[in-house]
Design a protein around this ligand. Structure first.
Ligand SMILES: C[S@@+](CC[C@H](N)C(=O)[O-])C[C@H]1O[C@@H](n2cnc3c(N)ncnc32)[C@H](O)[C@@H]1O
Length: 210
């Protein structure tokens, strides 16, 4: 059954989070060089997938496609096949070289690949507290030592918070040295949705793999 409820959310038009363009916070991060050290053509001495980016829970791929359009090697994964089909069609229509695959975020090790940079845009906040340790361990299993994880999630600082808002304490409880991570920064940001005029309050966390 994994993935079927999520898949259904893509059946009748775009779901609330699917704004048809990359999240502004991700565009800013990319412009600031957040993915810049991950060239599609590996530098001499780097093995095939070193330096690649993983977009976990990529949906219909706007963030993945934006990163790929910068010439970065990126894999977008999701459980929703309908979302992946839409993402692949966008890539073909736009002529962007990118990879999308069906994968469960709780078993990323099954990809058999490691990534220098991982993006979680709107996935972490969908998991309940008791699910987070397994997800965090799964992320750790595919992130290179000193690799960077970016998490953009709804924050609990109102007004007009999104569903499943997350506190800073919850982020720190999930990502800490005992789970293999150090939080570098947690900054206030916004997540745009189809139902918020100016987005919902968000945390943008930069987290480093130990
Ligand atoms: C809120 S949406 C965000 C989608 C996309 N990142 C964006 O910014 O538009 C969360 C996405 O995570 C996917 N997802 C949920 N649980 C997942 C899991 N266990 N493994 C992989 N993807 C999952 C859903 O199908 C959905 O596309």
């Amino acid at each position: 059954m994994a993935g079927q409820p999520w898949d259904a959310s893509y059946h009748d038009g775009p779901p609330p989070w699917d704004i048809g363009v990359p999240q502004p916070a991700i565009v800013r991060l990319a412009s600031a060089g957040g993915f810049a050290f991950t060239p599609r053509t590996p530098k001499a001495g780097l093995r095939g997938d070193a330096g690649a980016v993983l977009d976990a829970g990529c949906g219909t791929g706007e963030n993945t496609l934006h990163i790929a359009s910068l010439g970065v090697s990126v894999l977008g994964v999701d459980v929703a096949e309908t979302a992946l089909a839409i993402a692949r069609k966008k890539a073909a229509d736009r002529g962007i070289e990118v990879e999308f695959a069906a994968a469960d975020a709780f078993h990323l090790d099954r990809l058999g690949r490691k990534f220098e940079t991982v993006l979680d845009c709107g996935l972490f906040h969908t998991f309940d507290a008791d699910e987070r340790p397994a997800y965090v361990a799964s992320l750790a299993s595919v992130t290179e030592p000193n690799g960077i994880l970016y998490v953009l999630c709804f924050s609990d600082e109102g007004p007009d918070t999104g569903p499943h808002p997350i506190s800073q304490e919850e982020l720190r409880a999930a990502f800490n040295p005992s789970s293999g991570w150090n939080i570098v920064a947690i900054e206030r940001d916004r997540i745009q949705t189809r139902f918020h005029n100016n987005g919902a309050p968000a945390w943008f966390a930069t987290i480093k793999r130990i």
